[in-house]
Design a protein around this ligand. Structure first.
Ligand SMILES: [Ca+2]
Ligand SMILES: [Ca+2]
Ligand SMILES: [Ca+2]
Ligand SMILES: [Ca+2]
Length: 516
């Protein structure tokens, strides 16, 4: 048996030495406090002896009912269980949500951090690490083994700094980072006569703006090929959905596998009784929209077609899972985003809409999207609305995440108006934005009543056009990978002069060509 001795200077004075001593009771860790080793008297110094880890492993196997798991754990991974104290976790959500509702300018969660443990890190050493920072596990995800969302009492920046040093010294922590915040974003317009120019543009005047005939996504002829499917589920990761809206109700997904009214997660996707999807922001089973953004986007993907009312989604028939990841004020976090992707993969949802973003790179989110790629999941993402000045930026030099994660299961969508011009607010990027879709004066369902509609502007509105077309392609070609679907949407785009050099395709989404 080999032993390594490591000396770690703790970087903040509030280090709870007593909890460290408690961790030494296991046979995996021999932990001794040696304050005398430090140069500075007020800096606690620990000597940690790592005695050959026993390497307990728990590889995931096939479910007993014969369904293949969506995600296979790498051998050797075992993740600390979520803190068993349900009231602590419930309180944490309430506290976090109050902080965010009170201050929408927060750029990261002040109460928690993300920790990625290295492969084969024994549970006792994970727990010891948490003890050092007085951390308690809020969440973990089968999609990203070893990643923990941890509530902490101290300053998150200091904790992240400490965990980096701790990781360098011990090899236990691959990385640690803040739980970054992002925003859903749309620019409201006054309601006026409902016309969906983005689906079919005859040059009609929309909200005072005269259109150019043919600047549309060629939807009506695409519907000659495919109009949708009542078995295809699309993940709507946003502020929730008003699911009883007259023009949405019959296209909403109802999860019949997870039976409500019990305590069993029958479909084993990680949440219990998720009948309509899930609310990851409030951690409850009711993903009703309290903002509006998500209901608008849902109407563009899948308002019921041919029902003699309102608008039609790109998919006339589809099943939309309401996956609420954002607050009433439109803020969301890395961790709610990861939860939504984990949920989609675990529920075998192939395509998801992400009309949100921000400038913060997250290694955790990047890893989750990479794992989703392996699992065959496609994310359709908004290129972004130009940051705080609402003037479009070049994402090649100023990335917007998640749209700018460079994987072939991520589509980045810019916005055009009804005259074929790139919207002034729309981000662009010759290599990082894939194509444009209608995003100015977009009429869709609204959350204030079951018969409400409203116009909105934004790459948030362009994105669901692409999500709808990607879903139609996935329905038509069920064996295609996300990369194949993305490549089809890019190659079938119709060039527009204003988009030359502004995106990969130099063009606008073309549903008719995409579904051929
Ligand atoms: Ca159940
Ligand atoms: Ca479930
Ligand atoms: Ca809720
Ligand atoms: Ca309709």
């Amino acid at each position: 048996m080999t032993a390594r001795t490591l000396v770690i200077a703790a970087c903040f004075a509030s280090l709870p030495l007593t909890s460290l001593t408690a961790a030494s009771s296991t046979d995996l860790v021999s932990l001794v406090s040696k304050p005398a080793l430090a140069g500075a008297a007020d800096t606690p110094v620990l000597s940690i002896q790592l005695v050959a880890a026993s390497g307990e492993t728990k590889p995931q196997t096939d479910d007993s009912d014969g369904r293949l798991p969506a995600v296979i754990f790498p051998p050797g991974f075992e993740v600390l269980p979520i803190d068993g104290d349900e009231s602590f976790i419930a309180d944490w959500y309430v506290t976090r949500n109050k902080l965010v509702l009170a201050d929408s300018s927060l750029t990261a969660d002040p109460t928690s951090v993300l920790i990625q443990f290295a492969d084969n890190t024994p549970l006792a050493l994970q727990q010891m690490t948490l003890d050092v920072i007085s951390g308690r596990v809020i969440n973990s995800w089968p999609l990203v083994p070893g990643l923990l969302h941890v509530a902490i009492p101290g300053d998150p920046d200091k904790v992240v700094d400490f965990l980096k040093q701790w990781g360098d010294a011990t090899g236990l922590v691959e990385f640690a980072e803040r739980d970054l915040f992002y925003r859903v974003g749309a620019i409201p317009n006054d309601p006026s006569f409902a016309l969906e120019w983005g689906l079919r543009n005859t040059g009609q005047t929309i909200n005072g703006s005269v259109g150019i005939s043919g600047v549309d996504i060629r939807m009506s002829t695409a519907w000659d090929t495919i109009r949708g499917s009542s078995t295809f589920v699309v993940g709507m990761c946003d502020t929730g959905i008003r699911r009883f809206h007259d023009d949405l109700y019959s296209n909403m997904w109802v999860n019949s596998v997870d039976i409500a009214g019990n305590t069993i997660d029958e479909d084993r996707n990680g949440v219990v009784n998720d009948t309509w999807g899930w609310d990851f922001w409030n951690n409850d089973r009711d993903p009703t929209d309290d903002n509006g953004h998500g209901t608008h986007i849902a109407g563009t993907v899948g308002a019921v077609g041919n029902n003699s009312r309102g608008v039609s989604g790109v998919c006339q028939t589809v099943r939309m899972a309401a996956i609420k990841i954002a607050s009433a004020t439109g803020s969301l976090s890395t961790t709610t985003a990861i939860s939504s992707i984990n949920y989609c993969v675990a529920t075998r949802i192939k395509v998801s809409n992400h009309s949100w973003g921000g400038p913060g790179f997250s290694q955790s989110l990047s890893n989750a999207i990479s794992a989703a790629r392996t699992a065959g999941h496609l994310l359709v993402c908004a290129a972004g609305n130009g940051g705080s000045d609402a003037r479009g930026d070049n994402n090649d030099t100023l990335p917007t995440y998640p749209a700018s994660y460079n994987f072939d299961n991520v589509i980045s969508v810019a916005a055009v108006d009804n005259r074929g011009a790139l919207a002034g607010f729309s981000n662009f990027g010759p290599t990082s934005v894939d194509f444009a879709a209608p995003g100015v004066n977009i009429i869709s369902t609204w959350f204030t009543s079951n018969t409400a509609y409203v116009y909105l502007n934004g790459t948030s509105m362009a994105t669901p056009h692409a999500t709808g077309v990607a879903s139609l392609v996935a329905m038509r070609y069920p064996t295609w990978t996300p990369g194949q679907i993305r490549a089809r949407l890019i190659s079938s785009s119709r060039p527009l002069p204003a988009l030359t050099g502004k995106c990969v395709s130099g063009g606008m989404l073309n549903a008719t060509a995409a579904v051929q």
